[in-house]
Design a protein around this ligand. Structure first.
Ligand SMILES: CCC/C=C/C(=O)SCCNC(=O)CCNC(=O)[C@H](O)C(C)(C)COP(=O)([O-])OP(=O)([O-])OC[C@H]1O[C@@H](n2cnc3c(N)ncnc32)[C@H](O)[C@@H]1OP(=O)([O-])[O-]
Ligand SMILES: Cc1cc2nc3c(=O)[nH]c(=O)nc-3n(C[C@H](O)[C@H](O)[C@H](O)COP(=O)(O)OP(=O)(O)OC[C@H]3O[C@@H](n4cnc5c(N)ncnc54)[C@H](O)[C@@H]3O)c2cc1C
Length: 666
């Protein structure tokens, strides 16, 4: 039997609630827990086949080759699950999450985009015939695809993409070209050397007219030989901060011809004679991006729960300094500053998970409405997905970095898995819409809403703008979650109203709308962030209250503490905003800090239990610091010995350089 570190065991003995009850709640029910475990069992069943050399010691090329080998094993298992009926469109998101969270794809997978974007784009933008033609082969990975939208010159401004797809009615084909260096596709995952197809986003020309960007299925490599097809220039873009196994690629197209039927035609069509049939709303073409932004919020929950598990378990094992002379060295988890670094990560994991599910429900409801031709809620969904993607990724990157710092020097080791995790989450601040740009999209929706707040039917997430404007913050501040949420609503409402009035003043004094928008944009980003914080706080609070009655008293208590912690933490972080917008006295501030300190104390005995409840098995966690048994030092040494430098006692550079140098001969 594996010996558990004694400190860690003591923590587990102290836990006041039933860990399995929380795990079940997190998964969404016992059946879901069982299904997740079954998926994980399958996904780790072939870990033995994987390379024993840690990825960080491989060259860029070897990393790629290793990642292909591992991904094929992994996705082979997924194919088996599909054959056995264990995956379907309904649990697609769970399967993708499991794949990406798996140890085999620690630094990303060159096959990831196939599942995350290629297939969803066909589902979202392809007509029924196109789905029937492409999805069966894609589903079982007979073909592998990527999503090529970003170019060397443009990522954010997609209306400015330069790749063209010109319809030729004589052959009923599109001719695709990247006419300039800046129009080369740049970034798509797996594009370098892995995929044989990809969705290419290009400006559509027919009958001499440009109709804006549309998506096309383009074959880039031969299905047998994998050689690039004529007119295709394709390759890897090189090493990056993280995700080095993803094989992000570039693509140049020189008069590449594809059949007319390979433009994705669910929303807009090009008829055989070249007539263009417009989509009901041109933004429907952006649907795949909305889907991925929603999925990213779930990804953040996965990464954050891993980082929190690693750092909290390590903090229970690690002892450093004496709090009191004569006593044993202190577990670092006993330092309040350490709890301040870590407990927010635990609370945020729950807050973001509950918010992600809510966003997912909204996404599905709106998608269904879109299917029936009702586009009313598309702007709200877009605004919601944008700000939640931006805030969840930015917050997670900062929490993960706190977790890393909380592990001191050992957190800097690759083997802790914290540096790689940081690399993965910080990438998400940029991809799928750069965060500032996305917050400005939400701000655009909020500005419009505010300007029409008395005349339009407000969608659920913005109703508070009107109610708080009317009621104001008349009452006295009190230390309650309800009061903090109300305070944040007032902050968001005031930030939006101030941004709008500043913009209006600038416009009235003769400034163009665009300049007024730009000059006010720092405030606008702040307003969108504040709005997003209202949504997360409210959703977390409502979500826990909703299930409260079904929980044991002990678990209910600890979850309420997490809601309080999350709210107070953010109230303190944003105290300047609150002071500006609501009446908080000096003594209110003092008691807010005391409240925060009390919760850090209350949560302390349950910290390890809370991360155990995330139920991340060691094979998925892949961390020397965070394993269930707490054998931190043994694992660090075992991993160090895997360094290729340790394979020989004396490195040849000693004789070649060091020795002559030390002898003054060099
Ligand atoms: C693992 C992951 C791998 C990564 C993959 C990738 O990164 S793939 C690459 C990922 N790349 C990116 O993510 C690129 C990021 N860039 C973009 O998404 C867009 O270019 C943009 C949104 C920044 C601006 O676009 P623009 O200049 O065309 O738009 P505009 O500002 O002129 O606004 C026009 C109107 O459209 C509305 N609207 C806009 N989007 C949506 C939507 N999705 N849905 C619904 N509506 C939307 C907007 O609200 C506005 O409405 P209003 O007020 O007029 O009623
Ligand atoms: C790891 C990774 C994987 C990726 N995978 C893919 C993929 O598979 N397929 C794909 O097509 N793309 C992919 N991308 C590309 C990604 O979608 C873009 O990098 C992203 O959309 C940002 O665009 P950009 O790089 O052009 O940044 P830019 O837009 O040039 O941003 C640079 C700066 O300019 C600011 N800025 C830009 N426009 C505005 C504005 N209007 N107002 C205010 N500020 C502005 C931004 O806030 C930012 O600070 C990936 C990127 C990364 C990092």
């Amino acid at each position: 039997m594996v010996k558990i570190n004694e400190d860690l065991q003591r923590e587990r003995d102290k836990c006041s609630f039933n860990i399995t009850e929380l795990t079940t709640l997190i998964d969404g029910g016992p059946d879901k827990t069982e299904a997740r475990k079954e998926r994980e069992n399958i996904l780790i069943s072939r870990n033995d086949d994987l390379s024993a050399i840690p990825e960080e010691y491989l060259s860029h090329k070897e990393k790629y080759e290793n990642a292909v080998k591992n991904s094929v094993i992994l996705f082979g298992l997924v194919r088996k699950m599909q054959e056995d009926g264990k995956t379907s469109v309904s649990n697609y998101r769970d399967v993708v999450s499991a794949l990406l969270g798996s140890s085999t794809t620690r630094d990303g997978s060159p096959l990831g985009l196939h599942y995350i974007m290629f297939m969803p784009a066909i589902l979202n933008q392809g007509s029924e015939e196109q789905q029937a033609q492409w999805l069966p082969r894609a589903w079982v990975s007979n073909i592998i695809g990527s999503y090529a939208q970003t170019e060397l010159g443009h990522g954010t401004f997609i209306r400015g993409l330069e790749t063209t797809a010109t319809y030729d009615p004589y052959t009923q084909e599109f001719v695709l070209n990247t006419p300039t260096l800046t129009s080369y596709k740049w970034w798509p995952g797996g594009l370098g050397h892995t995929v044989n197809y990809c969705i290419v986003v290009a400006q559509l020309y027919t009958k001499g007219q440009c109709h804006g960007i549309h998506s096309f299925i383009v074959q880039v490599r031969d299905e047998e030989t994998h050689e690039p097809l004529p007119g295709i220039k394709v390759g890897d873009i090189g090493a990056k901060l993280g995700l080095n196994a993803v094989n992000n690629g570039f693509l140049g197209l020189d008069n590449v011809r594809i059949p007319r039927t390979q433009m994705l035609m669910k929303h807009a069509q090009v008829l055989e004679n070249g007539t263009y049939v417009k989509s009901k709303n041109s933004k429907l073409n952006y649907g795949a991006m909305v889907f991925v932004r929603v999925v990213i919020v779930f990804d953040m929950v996965n990464y954050l729960s891993k980082a929190a598990t690693i750092a909290v378990r390590y903090s229970a094992v690690r002892r450093q300094c004496h709090m009191k002379e004569g006593e044993p060295e202190t577990q670092i988890l006993d330092y309040m500053t350490q709890r301040h670094k870590l407990f927010i990560a635990i609370a945020a994991t729950h807050a973001l998970r509950i918010t992600a599910y809510q966003l997912w429900d909204t996404f599905n409801a709106v998608t269904e409405e879109l299917g029936g031709g009702n586009l009313d809620r598309l702007p709200e969904l877009h605004a919601l997905a944008c700000c939640l993607k931006a805030v969840s990724t930015a917050d997670t990157a900062s929490y993960v970095e706190r977790c890393r710092l909380a592990c001191g020097g050992h957190g800097y080791m690759h083997s802790s898995n914290l540096p790689l995790t940081y690399g993965l989450v910080t990438a998400a601040c940029t991809y799928e819409g750069e965060n500032t740009v996305l917050l400005l999209q939400t701000a655009r929706f909020l500005v419009k809403t505010w300007q029409n707040v008395d005349t339009i039917k407000l969608t659920p997430t913005v109703v508070y703008l009107k109610t708080t404007r009317e009621a104001g913050f008349s009452g006295k501040w009190e230390n309650s979650v309800e009061c903090i949420i109300k305070g944040f609503q007032i902050v968001a409402m005031k930030k939006i109203s101030l941004s709008v009035s500043h913009m209006q003043k600038r416009i009235s004094s003769g400034m163009s709308i665009e300049d007024a928008w730009n000059i006010t944009s720092v405030q606008l980003v702040g307003a969108a962030e504040a709005h997003c914080r209202v949504i997360i706080l409210q959703t977390f609070y409502d979500g826990i209250n909703k299930v409260s009655n079904t929980l044991s008293p002990a678990l209910r208590e600890v979850l309420q503490q997490l809601v309080e912690l999350y709210s107070v933490y953010w109230a303190i972080q944003k105290i300047g905003d609150l002071l500006q917008c609501v009446s908080i006295s000096e003594s209110d501030l003092e008691s807010l800090h005391s409240w925060y300190e009390n919760i850090l104390v209350q949560l302390r005995p349950n910290a390890v239990g809370l991360v155990d409840a995330f139920d991340i098995r060691d094979d998925m966690l892949q961390s020397t610091l965070g394993a269930y048994d707490g054998r931190v030092y043994e694992r660090l040494m075992e991993e160090a010995l895997k360094s290729p430098l340790n394979a020989e006692p004396v490195n040849h550079t000693f004789h070649k350089y060091l020795k002559p140098f030390m002898q003054g001969k060099l």
